[in-house]
Structure formats: structure tokens, C-alpha cells
Design a protein around this ligand. Structure first.
Ligand SMILES: NC(=O)c1ccc[n+]([C@@H]2O[C@H](COP(=O)([O-])OP(=O)(O)OC[C@H]3O[C@@H](n4cnc5c(N)ncnc54)[C@H](OP(=O)(O)O)[C@@H]3O)[C@@H](O)[C@H]2O)c1
Length: 273
């Protein structure tokens, strides 16, 4: 039986993926902040007769302490993790700083992904064909990164923030594969296409209208699942791959610059100290 860990597994694509794995007879751990959504996943699992194979961990992954608590909990109860799906996201129309002092998107979309990938490495290494799948938006220009203001203290703009989050994911993946050159863990960056999901977040009037239109235009979640499962069911042979919908992206080009990845990695180590 496989063990699949899904950050952001209580809504949208993460939840649909969790239920798919439960139907297949696998074991799933989902993480989210919302107890009601968590209970809905547990109830759906019960209906599938899979209540013994589902675990909901309620946690705010924009807090480092919470990431560490959840990672420790998973590591102490699961010897192997076959798939780690990084899908937690929360849109914020206005800037928010967590109680630990980090800009919330930077913390949730970047630092949490960093901590989970490295933190569950030992468990991933135990699996037969381990995969980390980051649901993001790979391949944008490196200029999207505000190196001198990574947490948008000046001029917060949600679109720019989300663009930067995608870039940080790319560089995190590059740094990861550089740090573990001999690992069997396959790192996949995937933009599954615009999808009608929960779009969890706090929106102002303008962004709420925008997101409503995105929901109308978005593909059904089932279409995104096909793209996601393609990689999880048949992990690529290359250590790092990236896809924009069905199209592979060159992970050796400028947007995946290894010097920039090292730079981000060093900055992150300092921040986490
Ligand atoms: N939808 C798209 O068109 C699209 C396109 C490209 C990439 N993606 C990426 O795909 C991933 C999934 O997107 P989605 O659209 O399916 O998302 P969604 O429906 O909005 O769900 C987001 C998930 O993140 C969880 N979450 C939010 N804040 C959290 C926090 N502080 N700590 C822990 N969990 C938190 C939510 O759970 P709670 O509410 O329980 O906290 C929920 O389970 C995201 O990374 C997104 O960037 C989406």
C-alpha cells in the first residue's frame, strides 16, 4: 500500500487526488487549516470504506513551527512516503505577516514546500519509486524574483507575489536535486492548467471578480487529475522535470539557473536559522 502526503489536501485538486488514492486502496495524509473541510474529507473516506487509510492533520503551514510539528508527526508514524504532493496555497489580496514574522505567501508557498521536501526525505527514500509533485507554475522568467525584497515589504502586488512563488518553487526544485544528486526521489513541477477549484483565500472586490471569471473558465478538476496522476503513476526517469499542462519545460534553461537556486538556498538557510 502506498502512502501519499498532500499539503492542501482538503480542497480543490488536493482533495480530489486524496479521494482518488483512497478509492485505489492507498493510504493518504491530508493537511489543511480548516476543520470543517478536514471533516468533509474524513466523511468522504468513510463513505468509501477507507476511514482507516485517511489521516487529516489540521495545521497552518504558513507557520514554520506547524510545518515542523506535522513533518515530525508524519515521520514518526510512516516509515515510507511514496508521494509528496505540495498543493497548499492561499491567495491574499493584501499583505499579511505571520506571527513568526514572515510574509504569508512566502511562508506557505515557499518555506513550507522547502521544509516538507527536505523534512520527509528519509521517508521518501524508503519508497520504491518516490515522487515529489509541486503544483505550481514552472518556467517563468527569473526577473520575477525580487531578490532585495523577497517578502514584498514594499509594493505588495498579489499577481507579482504569485508569479514569484512559482519561480521560488522552480529554484527550490533545482536546489533540491543538486543537494541529493544520488537520490531516487523524482521532483516534478506541474502547472495542471487553469482549474475550477476552491481558490481558497481572502479577496478584495476586484480580485474576487477576477477569480470568479477564472472559476468559470477553469477546466474541471478531473481534467487536472489526469495530468497530475500521469506523473505520480509513472515517475519520470530524470531527477527534475517540469510541465506546463502537457508540455515539458526545459529545466536546464535560464529560468532554472543553478546559481540562482544556490543563492535562494543560502538565503533560506539563513532565514530558517
Ligand atoms: N486552480 C488552478 O487553476 C491552479 C493552476 C496552477 C497551479 N495551481 C496550484 O495547485 C495547488 C492547488 O490549487 P487548488 O486551486 O486546488 O487550491 P484550492 O482549492 O484553493 O485549495 C488550497 C488548499 O490549500 C490549503 N491551505 C490554504 N492555506 C493553508 C495553510 N495556511 N496551511 C495549510 N493548508 C492551507 C487549503 O486548505 P484549508 O482551506 O483547509 O486551509 C486547501 O486544501 C496550489 O498550489 C495552486 O497554486 C492551481
Amino acid at each position: 500500500m502506498k502512502t501519499v502526503v498532500i499539503t492542501g489536501g482538503t480542497d480543490g485538486m488536493g482533495k480530489a487526488l486524496a479521494l482518488t488514492y483512497l478509492r485505489r486502496g492507498e493510504q493518504v495524509v491530508v493537511i489543511g487549516t480548516n476543520a470543517r473541510k478536514g471533516q468533509a474529507v474524513l466523511d468522504a473516506a468513510t463513505e468509501l470504506g477507507a476511514d482507516r487509510r485517511i489521516e487529516f492533520i489540521q495545521a497552518d503551514l504558513s507557520l514554520l513551527a506547524e510545518n515542523r510539528r506535522v513533518i515530525d508527526q508524519i515521520a514518526s508514524t510512516h516509515q515510507a512516503v511514496d508521494a509528496l504532493v505540495l498543493g497548499a496555497r492561499y491567495f491574499r489580496a493584501t499583505r499579511f505577516v505571520t506571527t513568526e514574522g514572515f510574509e504569508a505567501n512566502f511562508a506557505l508557498f515557499y518555506l513550507s514546500r522547502y521544509l516538507f521536501g527536505h523534512g520527509l526525505m528519509a521517508q521518501l527514500d524508503q519508497a520504491a519509486a518516490p515522487v515529489i509533485l509541486d503544483l505550481a507554475g514552472p518556467g517563468g522568467e527569473l526577473s520575477r524574483i525580487r531578490w532585495d525584497d523577497l517578502q514584498f515589504a514594499q509594493g505588495y502586488n498579489p499577481d507579482e507575489v504569485m508569479g514569484q512563488c512559482g519561480k521560488l518553487s522552480d529554484l527550490l526544485a533545482v536546489a533540491f536535486t543538486r543537494r541529493y544528486p544520488a537520490t531516487r526521489v523524482r521532483y516534478v513541477l506541474l502547472h495542471p492548467g487553469l482549474t475550477a477549484t476552491g481558490f481558497t483565500g481572502e479577496y478584495d472586490a476586484a480580485s474576487a471578480e477576477l477569480v470568479e471569471r477564472m472559476r468559470e473558465r477553469g477546466q474541471p478538476i478531473e481534467a487536472a487529475l489526469v495530468r497530475i496522476l500521469r506523473h505520480l503513476d509513472n515517475p519520470p526517469t530524470a531527477p527534475l522535470t517540469a510541465f506546463m499542462q502537457d508540455n515539458p519545460i526545459d529545466v536546464h534553461g535560464g529560468p532554472f539557473d543553478s546559481a540562482a537556486a544556490d543563492r535562494l538556498s543560502e538565503l533560506t538557510s539563513k532565514l530558517l536559522r
